[in-house]
Design a protein around this ligand. Structure first.
Ligand code: UDP
Ligand code: MG
Length: 317
């Protein structure tokens, strides 16, 4: 049994074949400058482009430094990161994207911040090299996360992050399926900090987040952090009913003053009110559905991911 490494680098990989070589070269180079034992954990999130074979191959070549965790299908970035975190044995853990948008050369600066006593080190991408659509989505997510966790971080979306062991252990105890890693981490951190890092255009390949996946992520985040939407529902509901009552009184008075003809013309107004109510109910049901869907997933208590195989560990093949 080998001794535990000091630093674990956790990298989710989903169809990133073209990036893997350079990623590994730069990570290995950077990590060896730190001068402490380290391990790099690549999680194959059900890639279909041959990343799997490459990871296995690299794990053999860099034995003891590189560990491949192969998931049997695509579970999404955050589940993959969680799989990596549970395989990580380091005292300090740094997560990173595989597409080289976050330069691995920033790892030592994160390690330094962790050593200074921060439980979580976040990063801000400056300047951000993404489409305006992605940036807008991030803006909304950041505001929501700041409210929910009470930790004022400027960039929750950037996955180049550092964690200390106790925070990771706490995160691994959480079994909800739709976990959003940075938010989960911050809810367990005592002291956090944020540093600025460089951000690059994606080197090769395309972003793995289409519109649908992004919408899903926002909902995961929203329902994972807070039940505020449910409360909002009752607030909005109350306001709408108050308006309805007000309108009813208004109609009654007008009818009293101007006679029954006036009220007959108000029929369509009543229809309008009815539609508002029906609409509000649908919004409410939709929101309830979001929560119930997640409760359903959680009570089934299926594993968040299933590790098919671990390669490159001394105690495995
Ligand atoms: N990723 C993953 N599973 C997924 C989607 C993405 O493991 O279902 C990985 C992907 O390989 C990359 C990281 O998550 O390492 C970030 O993905 P991407 O660069 O596509 O996201 P963006 O930079 O557009 O936010
Ligand atoms: Mg990217």
């Amino acid at each position: 049994m080998s001794s535990h490494p000091f630093l674990s680098i956790v990298i989710p990989v989903f169809n990133e074949k073209e990036n893997l070589d350079e990623l590994m070269r730069r990570c290995l180079e950077t990590c060896s400058t730190i001068g402490k034992p380290f391990e790099i954990i690549l999680i194959d999130d059900g890639s279909t482009d041959g990343s799997y074979d490459q990871i296995e191959d690299m794990a053999k070549r860099h034995r003891g430094k590189l560990v491949g965790v192969i998931l049997n299908r695509n579970y999404g970035q955050h589940a993959a990161v969680m799989a990596g975190l549970s395989a990580a044995r380091g005292e300090l853990i740094v997560t990173l994207d595989a597409d080289l948008q976050n330069p691995p050369e920033e790892i030592p600066r994160i390690v330094e911040q962790l050593l200074q006593g921060n439980d979580v080190v976040g990063t801000v991408r400056t300047p951000r090299c993404d489409t305006i659509f992605r940036r807008l989505a991030s803006y909304i997510v950041n505001r929501a996360a700041q409210r929910a966790t009470g930790v004022r971080m400027r960039d929750y979306g950037c996955m180049l992050r550092g964690y200390r062991r106790p925070v990771v252990d706490a995160m691994l105890k959480c079994h909800e399926r739709s976990a959003f890693v940075p938010v989960l981490a911050n809810s367990f951190a005592r002291q956090t900090t944020e540093i600025e890092v460089k951000h690059q255009e994606r080197a090769v390949g395309q972003s793995k987040y289409g519109l649908w996946k992004l919408v899903n992520l926002q909902f995961d985040m929203l329902t994972g952090m807070t039940t505020f939407p449910l409360r909002l529902l009752s607030i909005v509901g109350t306001i709408i009913s108050a308006l309805g009552v007000g309108f009813g009184i208004f109609l009654f008075i007008m009818r009293y003053i101007y006679g029954p003809e006036w009220a007959a013309q108000g029929v369509f107004t009543l229809f309008a009110i009815l539609f508002i109510f029906v609409g509000a109910q649908f919004v409410g049901m939709g929101l309830l559905g979001e929560y119930i869907g997640r409760i359903y997933h959680d009570v089934r208590a299926r594993p968040r991911y299933f590790v098919e195989k671990v390669v490159g560990r001394d105690d495995t093949i």
